[in-house]
Design a protein around this ligand. Structure first.
Ligand SMILES: N[C@@H](CCC(=O)N[C@@H](CS)C(=O)NCC(=O)O)C(=O)O
Length: 260
């Protein structure tokens, strides 16, 4: 009986969905896609995940950071810090085009634009902002330096390896405690979770054992079960898989940057 009931419910839902579909489609068709300047790294994935979660039409433009495309004047005009990700939204405020760089600012912009994954009420927003900025100023930079000293530095220097590996360990401990009594960092699923997932998904590369953090492990599994997160994490760029981080030319581009 319950089965038959849920079947007919499911049927009417499908009908409703089918009716609603064309309206959504035509809107998506008429909207100019957001341009996503991207390379497949934890910072890039934050934005591919958010665009996928919001079902926003977008066009991915690879920025090959291993050959120096981040220094092209056309890219610096939208991202003066010579870092990806960046976006250009042709349908920005007032119907005019806008560019945004810094992944945290992009997430907030897309959250405000869509009203999704970023609450409008002040208390909810403060919850999200705290954890978003915690990622931007803490987890991201520390995990980035951990990757550098563990995997890319020409010499194995124990002091920086320990310093950054320990700091990562401390930060994942903070995250684990936060997730002990709530499903997501800000309570509900938000841009703060999207900011962290790409880094946490590479925790083993940061010399960490996920089993030390059971709540973080549950959170990571929950996020990775979301189809939009999967699509965002797997937004591929063919050339990226061919980059050799030991190639002196690549290293000269990435690891020798000074003021221009
Ligand atoms: N704070 C920036 C960091 C972005 C960042 O570090 N991007 C790296 C890749 S993960 C990049 O573009 N690197 C290019 C370079 O080092 O020249 C953000 O969150 O958007």
């Amino acid at each position: 009986m319950a089965r038959a009931k849920s079947k007919s419910k499911a049927k009417s839902k499908t009908r409703l969905k089918a009716k609603a579909k064309p309206a959504v489609k035509s809107k998506a068709k008429s909207a100019k896609p957001i341009e996503l300047y991207y390379w497949p790294t934890p910072n890039g994935w934050k934005i591919s995940i958010m665009l996928e979660e919001c079902a926003l039409p977008y066009k991915m433009i690879p920025v090959n950071i291993s050959t120096g495309e981040q220094f092209k004047p056309s890219f610096l005009a939208i991202s003066p810090n010579n870092r990806m990700p960046a976006i250009v939204d042709p349908d920005g405020p007032g119907g005019r085009s806008i560019s945004v760089f810094e992944s945290g600012a992009i997430l907030q912009y897309l959250g405000r634009k869509t009203g999704k994954f970023y609450p409008a009420d002040e208390r909810g927003r403060v919850e999200v902002d705290q954890w978003l900025f915690w990622q931007m100023g803490g987890l991201g930079p520390m995990a980035g330096q951990t990757h550098h000293f563990r995997h890319y530095a020409p010499e194995k220097l124990q002091y920086p390896i320990d310093r950054y590996t320990n700091e990562c360990n401390r930060l994942y401990g903070v995250m684990n405690t936060r997730l002990k009594d709530r499903p997501f960092l800000a309570g509900k699923y938000s841009i703060a979770d999207m900011a962290c997932v790409g880094w946490a998904n590479r925790l083993d590369r940061q010399g960490q054992d996920i089993n030390q953090f059971p709540h973080l492990k549950r959170w990571l599994e929950t996020l990775k079960a979301r189809p939009a997160v999967q699509r965002g994490l797997h937004l591929r760029v063919e050339e990226a898989s061919k980059v050799d981080m030991h190639d002196p030319k690549v290293r000269a581009v990435l690891f020798n940057q000074r003021a221009q």
